[in-house]
Design a protein around this ligand. Structure first.
Ligand code: FES
Length: 77
């Protein structure tokens, strides 16, 4: 999955895995936040499951806990 960061994840909005990972590294912690910053998953929604997998993998590997988040300037819904 993350072996090819240039891989297109969201075909509707032309968002790559690298773009999603960059947003996560900048502080996004949820699929909704990834959608807000990249528009990935806001078209047909077919890619949302894969976006969620990338988010969960990122959280697991970085030990980030959405419940203990620090405000990175990302507005809440
Ligand atoms: S492929 Fe991502 S919204 Fe359609």
């Amino acid at each position: 999955m993350a072996n090819n960061p240039g891989r297109l994840v969201c075909l509707c909005n032309h968002v790559t895995a690298k773009e999603i990972i960059d947003v996560l590294r900048a502080g996004a912690l949820t699929v909704a936040e990834v959608q807000d910053f990249t528009s990935a998953g806001t078209g047909c929604s077919r890619c949302v499951r894969e976006i969620d997998a990338i988010v969960q993998n990122h959280l697991a590997t970085t030990k980030k806990d959405p419940q203990l988040r620090i405000d990175f300037g990302i507005k809440a819904d």
